[in-house]
Design a protein around this ligand. Structure first.
Ligand code: CUK
Ligand code: CUA
Ligand code: CA
Length: 633
């Protein structure tokens, strides 16, 4: 690839995008952005680097039959799902329904999925931040946790079967945005930010008294998925992060003003990050130093200014992302409306909690100016950081040690390079970059706008997730990856962490369908061999096997008005022979992969003949894999 490949699209279009983004931000509040100059360009590398990389350049080409080196787990935004994408090929491998109904596998249709979603699950979700469980700062391959901003929930995905297994409603708050996991000694806690300010309890009181609105930081137990404590904060909460020692969590706040509208959130020159001292919080919970709100039993601690277990560090202006460096030493808050990012040192946070610093700002060791709209920062494990600049449509590469030296007054240039991305990046993420194993090979820039980069698809454009080689001295754009709306964040992990842990068929004793199998047992059914109808009053249970190309039952009869539960067990032992079970005109479809049992319950409210058939192409005689449900009037 030539260096020219790094020059995206049409420069005039780029400038137009920047101007309009600036105008709308500034215009909304009648404010100009602070530090609007392009001083950040002093590295002289806004365009692609011309120098050839000393290291071999990386390619996105993965030949047919070859496996990708990395798993990428992409959040699906308001689609409510998570996607598995191979990196570097950027091929979508699988979708994992989480908060969204999905007719392909019957998520929201099957009883097994409804047990996870809850019986009256609300439609959809808005998931931003997927993070894998860790042990001592390394991915451990157990779970991926993800937030739902739309319905104030946190979900867990099992990585052995790539299926959502728990969803927890978080009480006392509204809209979970930031989400991270405890890195050490293990996950452990899952930290979740409540973003919006609401009355407590939110039952109709104090509607017109925003001074009484509040929000909280929540910790879930990653093993039980229970909310174990909450901490009331000043301001609101945006993104969150954890340290590498297991001592702290830290969240950005963009609304220290407690504004109820856009201008209101932009009044102050500085907002803050709030640091949570986990040991002190646990001690306070143990001591009973908490209250509960409404019908929730979750301990709520008061972590507002003056509390001994929180620390508020002023940060310019409406900070957004917060990212800990993989050496375990620093954490970076991204300024959004300030052209700066703020680097804090964890050991100084220790000192501040210990009363050894007189000003919380003394935890700050650098505040480099990078460009317009810094949102998120990623790391290469070689001392460099990569920050997305939303308004500039660039990634800025900068050196942490040099930024600290510059802050101390030395004449050094911490900026290494800026690369144009297309267009308007939100998150960026490096391979293994949120763990001690950051390997500095790939960076993905999750761009919110694709504009002119792809064939037109109607007024709704895909996002553009760009793959950038960071293995050498200079960043190189390698590939564009169009994606369906709207991934916010991604994690990239080496395949060695999962490739042997992922099951290729279901274990018969898997908890995901254990309740259904136990029900069969109560009915005297061996689901591996029996195809039988059991009637209990108006409830009818239809058990059948499936083995390519035949269901264990060619027809069954029920009466109009019966509540029917169909239970299908795939007894094909052959890897990849998945069956589906769809009843025509009845809204039922479910996927049954090898070794699985799946079930769905519905009311037979239409009399007549209704064919059921297999929806996954499983055999030469797949079309013939069908049967009849006979509903007597
Ligand atoms: S994000 Cu959720 S609003 Cu920067 Cu993680 Cu965009
Ligand atoms: Cu079974 Cu198609
Ligand atoms: Ca603010």
């Amino acid at each position: 690839q030539s260096g020219q490949a790094a020059e995206p699209g049409n420069p005039a279009r780029r400038n137009f995008m920047k101007t309009s983004a600036l105008a709308s931000l500034a215009g909304a509040a009648g404010l100009a952005l602070a530090g609007c100059g392009r001083k950040g360009d002093q590295a002289g590398a806004t365009g692609p680097a011309k120098a050839a990389s000393a290291a071999g350049e990386l390619s996105d080409h993965v030949p047919p039959g070859q496996l990708d080196e990395y798993y990428g787990f992409w959040s699906g935004g308001q689609s409510g799902e998570v996607r598995i994408v191979g990196v570097p090929s950027m091929r979508e491998l699988m979708r994992i329904p989480v908060f969204n109904p999905d007719f392909t596998i019957g998520w929201g249709v099957t009883n097994e999925s409804k047990r996870v979603l809850g019986p009256n699950f609300p439609p959809g979700g808005d998931c931003h931040h997927p993070h894998m469980s860790q042990t001592d700062g390394h991915y451990d391959g157990r779970y991926i946790f993800i937030n739902d901003k739309a319905h104030t929930r946190v979900a867990r995905i099992r990585c052995d079967v790539m299926r959502t297994d728990r969803i927890t409603d978080v009480p006392n708050v509204q809209a979970i945005h930031g989400l991270r996991v405890q890195r050490a000694p293990r996950t452990g806690y899952v930290f979740a930010n409540g973003e919006f300010l609401i009355p407590a309890p939110n039952d109709g009181r104090d509607l017109d008294d925003p001074k009484k609105y509040q929000t909280m930081f929540s910790a879930l137990d990653g093993d039980t998925m229970e909310v174990v404590w909450q901490v009331l904060v000043d301001g609101n909460l945006d993104n969150t992060e954890a340290d590498y020692a297991g001592k702290y969590a830290i969240s950005t706040c963009y609304n220290s003003e407690r504004g109820m509208d856009l201008p209101g959130t932009m009044e102050a020159e500085r907002d803050w990050v709030v640091v949570f001292d986990i040991a002190r919080i646990e001690a306070a919970v143990k001591k009973g130093d908490f209250k509960t709100i409404g019908s929730s039993k979750v301990p709520v601690l008061d972590g507002r200014h003056g509390s001994s277990f929180t620390l508020y560090i002023p940060i310019p202006k409406n900070p957004h992302g917060i990212n800990a460096s993989p050496d375990g030493k620093y954490v970076v808050a991204n300024g959004k409306l300030s052209p700066t990012v703020t680097v804090m040192e964890w050991s100084r946070i220790d000192d501040c909690f210990a009363g050894k610093l007189k000003d919380p700002r003394d935890t700050v060791v650098a505040e480099p100016e990078l460009g317009l709209g810094p949102l998120h920062t990623a790391y290469d494990g070689r001392g460099n950081a990569y920050t997305t600049l939303f308004i500039d449509s660039q990634i800025a590469k900068w050196n942490i040690a040099d930024a600290i030296a510059a802050h101390a007054g030395k004449k050094v240039n911490y900026l290494r390079q800026k690369i144009d991305v297309a267009y308007q990046p939100g998150h960026c993420h490096t391979s293994m970059g949120e763990t001690r194993d950051a390997d500095g090979r790939w960076l993905v820039s999750l761009n919110k706008f694709s504009k002119d980069r792809f064939l037109p698809t109607g007024p709704l454009h895909p996002d553009n997730d760009q793959l950038i080689d960071i293995s050498g001295e200079t960043m190189k754009l390698v590939a564009d990856g169009p994606v369906y709306a709207e991934p916010h964040d991604v994690i990239l992990l080496h395949r060695r962490l999962l490739i042997d842990k992922v099951k290729k068929s279901w274990d018969r004793d898997d908890p995901f369908f254990a309740e259904t199998v136990a029900m069969a047992k109560r009915h005297g059914i061996n689901v591996l061999s029996d195809s039988k109808v059991i009637r209990e009053g108006r409830k009818v249970f239809v058990y059948m096997t499936s083995a390519a190309p035949i269901f264990g039952m060619g027809s069954f009869k029920v009466k109009k008005g019966d509540e029917v539960t169909v239970v299908v067990t795939n007894i094909d032992a052959v890897e990849d022979v998945t069956h589906g079970f769809c009843i025509v005109n009845y809204g039922i479809n479910m996927e049954i992969s090898p070794g699985a049992t799946a079930s769905a319950t519905f009311t037979a409210d239409k009399a007549g003949v209704f064919w059921y058939y297999c929806t996954f192409f499983c055999h030469a005689m797949h079309m013939e894999m069908s049967g009849r449900m006979l509903v007597e009037a």
